[in-house]
Design a protein around this ligand. Structure first.
Ligand code: PNS
Length: 158
């Protein structure tokens, strides 16, 4: 399972998906709520964007869930989570998340995939910030959803 808020999906996320999809039979990409972030896109919009970008992989399932990650995993009998790792600060957050989830769900395991250097500094929050100023996000956002993301922030500029 590859969980995240994906608000919006970035080229860095797609790179992690493409690599993780080769490591398992089925990869569940699941949109969850991160309570520390106020989303720019609704869950439905994020699902739609993920489907547009990820439909070319036959072994990927896109889903969403409003609740604890470990409850979703237990319900679907999933034990392994994959997350992208860009920096030391990511490492700290990821190890805290892994340890917290393992306390609730002992079978929980995490695989951390280091980001390709091209995407080491690409994040959804940077995309949102650059887009909100009308900047060029084409190197950060998959082409399939670029117009949707640009349109969303064009509205907020007005
Ligand atoms: O893309 P993000 O924002 O780094 O993803 C974080 C996410 C959504 C995976 C995390 O906040 C999450 O698991 N949210 C669901 C609620 C939960 O289970 N929280 C406790 C574990 S951190």
């Amino acid at each position: 399972m590859y969980p995240g808020s994906f608000d919006p999906l970035t080229k860095g996320h797609v790179n992690v998906v493409s690599r993780a999809a080769q490591l398992c039979d089925i990869l569940h990409v699941v949109i969850l709520t991160n309570p520390s972030k106020k989303p720019a896109f609704t869950v439905e919009q994020r699902m739609e964007m993920a489907k547009l970008c990820l439909s070319k992989w036959a072994n990927i399932r896109v889903d969403s869930y409003q609740g604890l990650l470990v409850d979703y995993m237990r319900d679907k009998s999933i034990h392994v989570v994959v997350r992208g790792l860009r920096s030391e600060s990511d490492f700290r957050f990821e190890t805290e998340m892994a340890a917290t989830n393992a306390l609730m769900y002992p079978e929980y395991e995490t695989i951390l995939l280091p980001s390709k250097t091209d995407y080491s500094f690409t994040s959804s929050s940077m995309v949102r910030e650059v887009a909100s100023y009308g900047g060029d996000i084409s190197k950060m956002v998959p082409p399939e959803i670029l117009p949707i993301v640009e349109e969303r922030f064009k509205q907020s500029e007005q």
